[in-house]
Design a protein around this ligand. Structure first.
Ligand SMILES: [Zn+2]
Ligand SMILES: [Zn+2]
Length: 129
């Protein structure tokens, strides 16, 4: 198999990759069956057709509302409201203190949220409106 994180070929199915030290099946950059580069959101390898490990569509989608995240980011983004909603308290407070990175960070977060690329604190994509 290949490490999904760094693409190194591995013997057997080791717990830890010798190349990068991560769990080989946790990454999303390489196909574990053939080692080709994969998109983090791809379900199947385009080269060999192998299912890409732990990431199923259902398991990768957040239960948080994209509409709520988007609206909060737009109207209250300067105060980090959408990040409080997503329970990302560390960056939420940082955002509050910097007034949304002087508006720039808040604007970027709004764009990320509206395009469905925002992730919740578990790293799941917020794609459901
Ligand atoms: Zn690795
Ligand atoms: Zn493959």
């Amino acid at each position: 198999m290949f490490c999904r994180n760094c693409g190194k070929e591995l013997i057997g199915v080791p717990e830890i990759c010798l190349g990068c030290g991560a769990k080989p099946l946790v990454g999303s950059s390489f196909c574990q069956a053939c080692g080709v580069k994969t998109s983090p959101v791809a379900e199947f390898c385009v080269k060999c057709g192998a299912g890409l490990g732990l990431k199923t569509v259902a398991g990768n989608v957040s239960g948080k509302s994209r509409l709520a995240t988007t609206l909060l980011a737009w109207f209250l983004g300067h105060f980090g409201a959408h990040r409080f909603y997503l329970e990302k308290y560390g960056t939420a407070i940082l955002m509050l203190l910097t007034l949304g990175g002087f508006g720039i960070w808040a604007l970027i977060d709004f764009i990320i949220a509206v395009t469905g690329s925002m992730r919740d604190k578990e790293g799941k994509l917020i794609t459901n409106w």
